[in-house]
Design a protein around this ligand. Structure first.
Ligand code: AVJ
Length: 322
């Protein structure tokens, strides 16, 4: 193994260096979403095993009026702000209803990917000609900071899709506290949480027999090869997913099937893998009501309303600053 000082590494390169030099090795799931990764995630959302997207969509379609009313309760007009809007399928349900009702509202999707944001904005402009849409590309907190005193109206921040599940607990609390810091007392935070359920249902959602989730995971190695000049051979690694019911945590790993050395040119070094050594790739935290309540109070909020699907697979929780 060689190592020499490397100038000016990108954040991605630095994180890969840190993760592959650690024991145990890890890579961050936030890097899954290059173009191919985003396409694979779209495919995951259509898998019969991957229930969270459908469960949340059901909440949005079955409880549309209740959600809209909760957002506007006691107030005439709102600014709907979505963190990581993705393809906007769920949000479209709310927007359509708000437009029907003649609610005074704006919609601001915030995303780090300009491409994703442009595509969503173009689609929504066409679908909803009357919609006031203000897309922002960039880091959530920079954008939110700039919105802080931009309006007297109620801001409703939405963080859907159980994206919070990818954060370790302390990180989630830190994230919510930061959001709390840019919110006024009348603002609201609307969060999607995937609930604890039959462990078999959960583990199947992250280990589909078609291998789409495996491809999604392995795609990060391909991204490292392409963007950082790595020489990972994908068939020498396999996807492994597990669920731990005590912690309510699904985790995924890539397992080195043999002893091997991988070189990453941009890092100017190589990494040794033992046979069967694991790279920790992703946590997808599941929640109980008690965990959600604790998260809210630790971050300076209280739960105002919760919306569950029929099976209690999923909840969208509306939080109010305290
Ligand atoms: C986009 C973070 C909600 O953790 O369920 C899907 C990503 N990973 N299958 C999740 C994912 C594997 C997904 N989130």
């Amino acid at each position: 193994m060689n190592s020499s000082p490397v100038p000016e590494l990108s954040q991605f390169a630095e994180d890969v260096l840190d993760g592959l030099s650690s024991t145990p090795k890890h890579l961050s799931s936030k890097y899954f979403y290059d173009d191919e990764g985003s396409r694979l995630f779209q495919e995951i959302m259509r898998l019969p095993e991957y229930y969270p997207t459908r469960a949340e969509y059901r909440i949005f379609t079955e409880r549309t009026d209740d959600i809209c009313d909760a957002f506007t309760a006691g107030i005439g007009s709102i600014d709907l702000i979505e963190l990581g809007a993705g393809d906007g399928t769920k949000t479209a349900v709310l927007i359509e209803r708000f437009l029907e009702k003649g609610t005074d509202f704006t919609y601001s999707p915030i995303d780090i990917s300009r491409e994703a944001n442009d595509a969503l904005t173009a689609r929504f402009r066409e679908k909803f000609p009357g919609l006031r849409i203000n897309p922002h590309t960039g880091d959530y907190f920079e954008v939110l900071g700039s919105l802080k005193n931009g309006s007297e109206r109620r801001k409703v921040l939405m963080f859907l899709g159980s994206n919070i599940g990818n954060f370790q607990r302390d990180h989630a609390v830190g994230f919510f506290r930061e959001l709390r810091g840019v919110m006024n007392p009348d603002d609201r935070l609307f969060i999607g949480f995937d609930m604890q359920k039959d462990p078999r249902v959960i583990v199947n959602a992250y280990d589909d027999p078609q291998g789409v989730t495996a491809a999604f995971n392995l795609n990060l190695l391909r991204r490292i090869n392409r963007e950082l000049g790595g020489d990972f051979e994908l068939e020498r690694f396999s996807h492994y997913a597990q669920y731990r019911p005590i912690e309510c945590a699904a985790r995924s790993f890539l397992i080195s099937r043999e002893k091997q050395t991988v070189t990453i040119n941009a890092l100017n070094r190589s990494f040794e893998f033992e046979q069967w050594e694991a790279i920790f790739m992703e946590i997808s935290q599941k929640y109980t009501r008690a965990m959600i309540e604790e998260l809210s109070s630790e971050s300076g909020f209280e739960i105002e309303t919760e919306f569950f699907d029929e099976e209690n697979f999923y909840t969208d929780s509306l939080w109010r600053p305290v």
